[in-house]
Design a protein around this ligand. Sequence first.
Ligand code: G1P
Length: 881
Amino acid sequence: MEPIRFLDDDGTFTLNDPEAVSCLYFPLASEAGLKSAITPGLGGDCKLDQETFLLEPVSSENLHASRSTRNFWCVTEEGCWSAAGASAQQEADRFTEKQDECALTVGLMWQTVCRESKQLGLQAEITSFVPPQDNVEIMEVQLTNTGTVPRNVTGIAAIPIYGRSADNIRDHRNVTSMLHRLQTTEHGVLVKPTMSFDEKGHRENHNIYYVLGSTGAGEKPVAFYPTVDSFLGEGGTLLKPRAVYEGAEGVPAGTEIAGREAMGGIRFPAVTLEPGQSTEYIVLLGVSEDEAEIDRVLSSFHTVEQVRAALSVTRAHWQEQVNVRYHTGDPNFDRWMRWVSFQPFLRRIYGCSFLPHHDYGRGGRGWRDLWQDCLSLLLMDPQNVGDMIRKNFGGVRVDGTNATIIGAGDGNFIADRNGIARVWMDHALWPLMTTKLYIDQTGDLNILNSPAPYFKDPQALRGTGIDQDWNDAYGNRQRTESGEVYQGTILEHLLIQHLTAFYEVGEHNIFRLRGADWNDALDMAAEHGESVAFTCAYAGNLRDLAGLLRRLTKEGDTVSLLEEIQELLAGGPAIYPDIPAKTAILERYTRRCIHNVSGRTIRVSLRELADNLEIKANWLMEHIRRQEWISDGENGWFNSYYDNHGRQVEGVQPDGSVRMMLTGQVFAIMSGTATDTQVEAVARSADRYLYKKEAGGYRLNTDFHELKFDMGRMFGFAYGEKENGAVFSHMTVMYANALYRRGFVREGYRALQSLADTALDFQTSRIFPGIPEYFNADGRGMYHYLTGAASWYMLTVITQVFGVHGEGGDLVIEPKLVREQFDGNGEAAIDLSFAGKQFHVVIANPEGKDFGVYRAPRTVLSREEINSLPESGNTIRVELT
Ligand code: G1P
């Protein structure tokens, strides 16, 4: 297998013989919504959303079979050849010396495949991209005669148009083709199904799916094969279509056909290529409701000059978007970080669906993703994040849970009309984590006083009951007794989220697991399960929230809060050990808010509020330290969960095997629950029980050798896959982040670097550069691109490793780089924007010392306005004028 080679510092890379590796795919997408997945053999698919697939949906399991998705045939006197490598003959020649030579080059949102048939002396270079603001995938095909004699070539584009909902892949596949209405135009094939068809109800369809073609000079095609039937011919296949091999005439523009599977089959005029001569073709694949828009797309992209200009714009656009650049001692790591920093944009466009591994979900983002997106935006494009945060708080219910069905655009939350909704007990954490980063980076502490509405739907009593009085007329905003929409401050939202969680405890006085926590696959312990891991995280948040309140406080200051919140603030530490008393408090509060809120407010002293939260945080941490510490005789770690039988999940088993999970360790460390001595012990335990170099680093858990139906579906997965013991990037990154925060820099570096090293080791990871959701037991990267790990990786590298972060709006630089991260001159650097200005921060360590030894690194900032560089120890604070 050939290695991946980077070509420049933008992250562009190349790979020879890419088809020798299975399951490689790449995303191409536009901010307008078109989402493609493309393989080196031009397989994959293309869609706007779940209902609107232009190309037939594929998953990782049939990706190899989708190789004739975007085909381009070259008919010559000496035979037919597929410029995409998708012909029966080329398949037969694979892995023999007759196979085509093939090289792939990829940059942010574009790819070029160069393929040459030595036998025919023909080379094809196919560039695919999606312009940032248009819903069209563009394919530029350049054919070159690399032989020694002139060659006649007829180009035929062959793209089957699926044109309907992904659900119809099995549900009425044939019946829905009867809805198709096909039409050939001067440049291609349009398909407009009469209706969209499913059991929920049939609706009139307005989408037009199209494949258009022109020569590089903008000339029209000569004929079309608009149906799969006419293209394949009787008994033909997409790898050996009779229309191509037998020279079928096709139909002219202006042909209309009803009720057939559609084919974007386009025959171009024959050309004679002299040796060394090239010719170009353009193929456009898209979907739109408006024929005029299709004409506009065609006139914008029908010559090679237009397409190349659009490609430059696309390349520049994404390079600009990813406006952080890293410089360390390892240039490949820096280039890899370009891809990691690009991934949050992909997550925003694709959500958690629509790439071949992500063959689930119907698009849209989850609650965690919303807040994670904000993290990366805060680092790259912070202008509108304050606004997004304010809108996202409108998804919090007054009982502290939140909307889980999230619509398009910011702040659009959809009512959950299912019986009883699932509640993920970690959800209330992420908004504070993001809001705190926002405040640190911008200094905008006042956001805590911004008003926001609460979400309202039939779900009530924290997902345990239904508000029978709610109806559509009530709407999705919480109202008061007098019928007005109630707005509380963001601070009030945060208080409600954390205080309600505080009282929702199980038998061990640990927060109940409910439907699951961050680990979605812990979904079978709703009655008695408890999450120590996320109780730690809440304890840390309570402390952070208290810290923010103290910063907000001037002597004697008060805030206005919804009267009902008094229930959650009453009762001091004396009742914290009393589980029934806690349950009763929560019950009283949620019952009072089951339909309307009073709308009345009380004033509470900020100082008292901060004290109240801090006492709760301290109590929780102490409780966990006392109750959840596990020892194996030598080292120790924290138990992370209780199962549905109320049993502690981790520990040394009677047979001597060890059950340990990473999640509990991460949040015990991050929150400050673990003491420094405990962090040391935990790190040793993690190295001993969870670290596996070949798998890419720290695994999520040891092998329990049990199905554990009292915990969750994760135990049904084979060990080493996904949430069951894979090296799950997101949690490993959070582990690293926690270690760095606590000053355990070497340990943090090991966790963080092991992910990068494995991902970059193409022989093992077999993925394009970037961070995958997880590495399986063989170290193979899985579920590439769409993962919250990317935002967290960036966050950790920028704010911890380089240590560049905000504090009250000031720029603070507190590097935690280790010796190996400096280049040959003893320098490491980062370019990033902060407070709307671009910074070039250089950390100089000329003597090549290690972290903890180098002091007060010379830090050079490229801005002149910096008025002071007070240095103390290893930290520099830049007060921005
Ligand atoms: C995915 C989900 C995330 C969930 C995690 C663990 O992680 O998107 O919401 O918390 O699995 O179950 P990700 O791919 O974002 O790393």
